[in-house]
Design a protein around this ligand. Structure first.
Ligand code: ZN
Length: 421
């Protein structure tokens, strides 16, 4: 039927790429991401209809635009189809006319990684893989563990020993085999890769360069934003950057819509990192074409504290070609944005997602974004596992005695004073 025929090319220099076993699938000539090419023009009408119709089955409604065969049986937990929320309260406080939150926290394991994991586990099952494994800061691992549970596949997780304990609990709750390891996220990913030889694992670490097939799932965020704005894309898409796959694939989704004539321009892309781990931002600022690895990360935005921005060449090119930018925010700005987004919009964003809201404030103040612009922040993961940060700095909870109305009055008055009422 309409399964696309595809070949792989470098997204930057266009050189054809033979997809063979490799340490990392990156262009040997320029470091660009390796991506499949679909015959969009040849089947223009069909693909336009697919994107205009949207999907009732999450990312699987777009399977003709993913790198899977028609016979693949999805291991699905109803991922995707997340809302694009109008953040009216937050917009007023921050001082911008239109702000949207693409709320990826509503995915089954509470992060955008589910769009990757559903494909990775489905493909692993199709191949007859017994055991998958990955290195992760916690989000990708929780996601993969969830889909492995649903797909009845064994899953090993290597987690840096400094990872957030609530994420470790979530991973174990899905029945995955958790191992903590000294070192960074990247060290864990490398060890998961070594496990392929040692134990016959399949490494499903969530960077495009490790799994170009599953990373295609992130494109659907771009398609959904298109549909949700009636293909009137926001002026800016603001995206957290760890390895870089999320940003580059949302951009790819936009590019597909442009090729199909569904949108007439691609938004400016902003890549956001934490000041305590900002290899991409540093490269952007010195006009480099690839990012050098960062030393030791030091930030509460653990999920994007990748010392290596794997897809940096591609991401840097996207930021420049779309008239976007790269920006870093401090931990105190992240904390403030987390708490603000929770109080204003009832969206609990993890630190690595709150960076987007913090950066909009900063870019407005710096005159990069105009108050008249429209902005979509990608809220990539939930802060429900970061509640200790959410309440940081808040006063202690008052307590009153049994039936002590006077004490209750005093406490209520205190709260009202605090709220400026
Ligand atoms: Zn290349």
């Amino acid at each position: 039927m309409n399964t696309p025929s595809h070949s792989f090319v470098c997204s930057l220099c266009g050189r054809p790429y033979e997809m063979q076993p490799a340490e990392r699938h990156l262009c040997p000539a320029c470091g660009g991401s390796i991506e499949p090419v679909y015959d969009l023009v040849g089947k223009r009408d069909y693909y336009r209809k697919v994107l205009q119709r949207g999907s009732q089955n999450g990312i699987w409604g777009y399977r003709g635009l993913l790198l899977v065969t028609e016979t693949l049986v999805p291991v699905s937990l109803c991922e995707g189809n997340t809302p694009l929320m109008q953040a009216d309260n937050l917009s007023k406080v921050i001082g911008i006319r239109h702000m949207y939150l693409k709320n990826e926290t509503l995915n089954p394991s509470h992060t955008y990684k589910d769009r990757f994991a559903t494909i990775a586990v489905s493909l692993a099952r199709q191949k007859g893989t017994q055991t998958i494994a990955l290195g992760s800061a916690g989000n990708a691992a929780a996601s993969m563990a969830a889909f492995a549970a649903k797909g009845a596949t064994d899953c090993f997780v290597l987690l840096p020993s400094g990872a957030v304990r609530e994420r470790a609990w979530q991973i174990r709750s899905y029945g995955a085999r958790l191992i903590t390891m000294e070192g960074t996220i990247n060290d864990c990913i490398i060890m998961a890769k070594r496990g392929e030889e040692l134990f016959g694992w399949e490494n499903v670490s969530t960077a495009t360069c490790f799994h170009p097939w599953a990373a295609e799932g992130y494109k659907t965020i771009g398609y959904e934003i298109g549909l949700q704005t009636n293909f009137q894309m926001p002026d800016w898409i603001v995206c957290p950057v760890g390895g870089g796959a999320l940003l580059s694939k949302i951009y790819r989704g936009c590019q597909d819509m442009l090729t199909l004539g569904l949108i007439n321009r691609i938004p400016h892309f902003v890549g956001v990192q934490a000041e305590g781990c900002m290899p991409l931002v540093r490269a952007y600022e010195v006009n480099a074409t690839v990012a050098e690895d960062w030393g030791v990360p030091d930030t509460i935005a653990f999920a994007i504290a990748d010392v290596c921005t794997f897809e940096s060449a591609t991401v840097l090119s996207i930021l420049r070609s779309t008239g976007g930018t790269a920006v870093a925010v401090s931990d105190s700005e992240i904390l403030e944005a987390m708490q603000l987004t929770g109080r204003m919009e009832a969206v609990l964003a993890e630190p690595s997602s709150a960076v987007t809201v913090a950066s909009v404030k900063k870019l407005l103040a710096g005159g990069v974004i105009s108050p008249e612009d429209s902005v979509a922040c990608i809220i990539s993961g939930s802060g429900i596992r970061d509640l200790s940060l959410m309440i940081q700095g808040l006063p202690d909870v008052p307590k009153v005695g049994l039936n002590d109305v006077d004490a209750l009055r005093a406490v209520v008055a205190q709260y009202q004073e605090g709220a400026g009422k």
